[in-house]
Write a protein that binds this ligand. Structure first.
Ligand SMILES: Cc1cc2nc3c(=O)[nH]c(=O)nc-3n(C[C@H](O)[C@H](O)[C@H](O)COP(=O)(O)OP(=O)(O)OC[C@H]3O[C@@H](n4cnc5c(N)ncnc54)[C@H](O)[C@@H]3O)c2cc1C
Length: 445
């Protein structure tokens, strides 16, 4: 141990890193020292909560977003104390930047009684020994601790854009002619963010959205959630049988006057176990064939944003294409895209001023642009999960090395663990994982 306190070094100060730091410091202020390494200047922001726009909203009603599962009103009280909870209607979707500010306050409050060190740097490598971990930073410094936790979150620079499609807000996203035609690859929540950013900048040109199935996120509605007893949920069956069971339950619920949202949300406590009960073939089948449909029902849009989007489509400014990009090339100042519509053979050509990459945050972890992940994989200190959607971790989130050994020094948290848990992207899941890891690390002390 580094001194009398157990020293935990967390790489990544986005939502996951901040939640873990806050849980550790609240639980054992006198016996842990937390070091948080974050390459951005602000803590608690990451990809989701760095959004500055007023209409970049949380996609979960505010009362569901507390940092602490055992204090579900925590975020709601924070909003109310600042007059940000509106008229008190709890079915409210507040700007995501409020959540970033909330996380910073959560961290500040938790660190008041404990020992927190925040370092603004990029971690480039991490080695473990019997004594602990050592983390190399791009500043040349080396940070030692008893335990290391990877909370590096989402891939921010996916290689799939072939250097042509750009991320909204990146350096390559230079100002555009307001009337220019643009294309967005992907039709999920990141696409909605990109479209809102364009709209805010006064863009009025045509927007073509291309995704495999051409599906838009559904809208949130206040719908009572039913409850499943554990014995109702078919665990350990293959994905096709599960899908049939699920469809039948939705149909029955709707026939009885219910709303499909009640069934989707009722599965939440079981989602990780359902995933874990599938073999690799079922998991792969789910990712390839079911996930696009699951995502639009599971990750829904606040009603006001959904209505704006539908209106933009009806007005003809946005068109949605189900298909695949088979060719993407610069053509002078423009970009030429070849699209094969779903079920068609012919290739349709389109010329646009810019193509945006909103293809989602899950990429093959072996293609990671993160220097730390690359270093760990190259050295065999970590390995991809079987589907390559994250790192291989145990149920206790210990990182598994290339030789199959689970580390007792290195852990992972949040989206990086999606191969083992799948549903580990949203705050209600991450806060539970952070609480579990806190308990494990403190009891190991
Ligand atoms: C657009 C969007 C909207 C969302 N909205 C919601 C919502 O409304 N409600 C909800 O519950 N969930 C939402 N989510 C889910 C969201 O994924 C999680 O809530 C959260 O972003 C996960 O946080 P994270 O810290 O694990 O990852 P990230 O947000 O990716 O943060 C990781 C952090 O690690 C840092 N980092 C990475 N590598 C290094 C390194 N080598 N050295 C130093 N620092 C490093 C990064 O700079 C970053 O700050 C949303 C997700 C997205 C993408």
């Amino acid at each position: 141990m580094q001194g009398a306190r157990k020293s935990v070094v967390i790489v990544g100060g986005g939502a996951s890193g901040v939640l873990l730091a806050a849980h550790l410091l609240r639980a054992a202020p006198a016996s842990v020292r937390v070091t948080l390494i974050e390459r951005r200047r602000a803590m608690g922001q990451g990809v989701a909560y760095s959004a500055r726009q007023q209409d970049h909203l949380l996609n979960v009603p505010a009362p569901g977003m507390s940092a602490f599962a055992d204090d579900p009103e925590h975020f709601w009280r924070w909003l109310s104390a600042r007059g940000l909870a509106g008229d008190g209607d709890r079915f409210v979707f507040v700007p995501r930047r409020h959540y970033g500010a909330y996380l910073r306050d959560v961290l500040a409050e938790a660190s008041a009684g404990g020992e927190l060190v925040v370092l603004n740097a990029t971690a480039t490598d991490l080695t473990t020994s019997g004594d602990g971990v050592e983390i190399a930073l791009d500043t040349g410094e080396r940070i030692a601790g008893d335990i290391g936790v990877l909370a590096v979150g989402h891939e921010e620079n996916p290689a799939r854009s072939r250097g042509i499609a750009v991320r909204v807000g990146s350096d390559a996203d230079t100002p555009l002619d307001a009337a220019a035609a643009v294309m967005i690859l992907g039709s999920g929540l990141s696409m909605v963010d990109a479209w809102l950013t364009l709209a805010q900048a006064g863009h009025r040109g045509p927007v073509t959205v291309v995704s495999r199935h051409g599906l838009l996120p559904q809208e949130h509605r206040p719908a009572p959630t039913i409850e499943f007893a554990p014995e109702d949920v078919p665990l350990g069956q293959d994905v096709r049988r599960f899908e049939r069971w699920f469809r039948t339950r939705v149909e029955c619920h709707i026939r009885a006057g219910g709303d499909w949202r009640g069934v989707v949300d009722a599965l939440r406590p079981y989602n990780q176990r359902i995933w874990q009960g599938w073999d690799t073939a079922s998991r792969r089948g789910f990712l390839e064939h079911v996930r696009p449909f699951w995502n639009i029902h599971r990750h829904r849009l606040p009603p006001e944003l959904h209505a704006r989007m539908v209106e933009t489509i009806e007005r003809g400014q946005m068109r949605l294409i189900a298909g695949k990009i088979v060719d993407l090339a610069h053509d002078g100042a423009a970009v030429r895209a070849g699209i094969r519509r779903r079920g068609a053979q012919a290739i349709e050509m389109a010329s646009v001023a810019r193509v945006y990459d909103c293809g989602g945050v899950t990429v093959d972890v072996e293609q990671s642009s993160n220097p730390l992940i690359r270093a760990l994989l190259a050295r065999g200190a970590a390995r991809p999960d079987r589907l390559h959607i994250g790192l291989d971790v145990t149920a206790g989130t210990q990182v598994v090395a290339a030789d199959g050994t689970a580390s007792d020094r290195l852990y992972a948290l949040g989206p990086l663990t999606r191969g083992t848990f799948f549903e580990i992207e949203a705050i209600p899941d991450i806060r539970v994982q952070a609480a579990g890891l806190t308990k494990a690390l403190l009891s190991a002390a």
